[in-house]
Design a binder for this molecule. Structure first.
Ligand code: 3PG
Length: 214
């Protein structure tokens, strides 16, 4: 059941092209940030579980921005996945995979996007029925040439690269046939978020929303 749901992620990711990866430092920034991104056309958002207010941020975004699809990132354990879903997360992202996470994800009612950086990791997940994988950390792992090379032997797999991608680098990834979307934090610069410059965030989102895969 879960693997089938993971297959469905490809269409969702292709529809948006860019998934903002957001680390929320202050809870009162969460809803205005989600609204600013959605207004710019980016409505699939990954909230990393790296800050104390991350779960509350997910819950408030889900409640206040119903047009957005809010997921949780940096999920390292089944317990974190469960907490994220209890707060309304509609997809779960991990930088990698562990046997515990894979076992738990098989029971989750929402899709799981596990991370890989090598052919062996991708093959292991493909064996388990996963088709859509996060490629992380994309730039340090070899970037566009690496993902292009993986696509030759692993032609059935679809990737969402994240890590070190910005507006200039995103088009190179999105031109690859095995990329459904890219993830990144560049659409929500720390300075704009801290200063409440939501117009700047919307402008970056609008630019990013034009990048989706052809
Ligand atoms: C992450 O998990 O931090 C994401 O990959 C975002 O990376 P970025 O900040 O380099 O875009």
């Amino acid at each position: 059941m879960q693997a089938k749901l993971n297959h469905g992620l490809a269409a969702l990711l292709r529809r948006v092209g860019v998934v903002p990866v957001l680390t929320i430092d202050k809870l009162d920034q969460a809803v205005p940030l989600a609204r600013a991104l959605a207004e710019g056309g980016l409505n699939v958002l990954e909230i990393t579980l790296r800050t104390a207010c991350a779960l509350d941020a997910i819950r408030e975004m889900v409640r206040a921005v119903p047009g957005a699809i809010i997921g949780a990132g940096t999920v390292l354990s089944p317990e974190q996945g469960a907490a994220a879903m209890a707060n309304g997360a509609r997809f779960i992202v991990s930088p990698g995979m562990t046997p515990r996470l894979i076992d738990a994800a098989a029971t989750w009612p929402v899709p799981f996007l596990p991370g890989v950086a090598t052919a062996s990791e991708a093959m292991a997940l493909a064996d388990m029925g996963y088709r859509v994988l996060k490629f992380f950390p994309a730039e340090p792992t070899g970037g566009v040439p690496a993902l292009k090379a993986l696509g030759a032997p692993l032609a059935d797999l679809v990737f969402c690269p994240t890590g070190g991608i910005d507006a200039a680098k995103a088009p190179g990834y999105l031109a690859l046939p095995n990329v459904a979307a890219v993830g990144g934090s560049w659409v929500a610069p720390a300075k704009a978020v801290a200063g409440g410059d939501w117009a700047a965030v919307t402008a970056l989102a609008r630019e990013a929303a034009r990048l989706r895969v052809s």
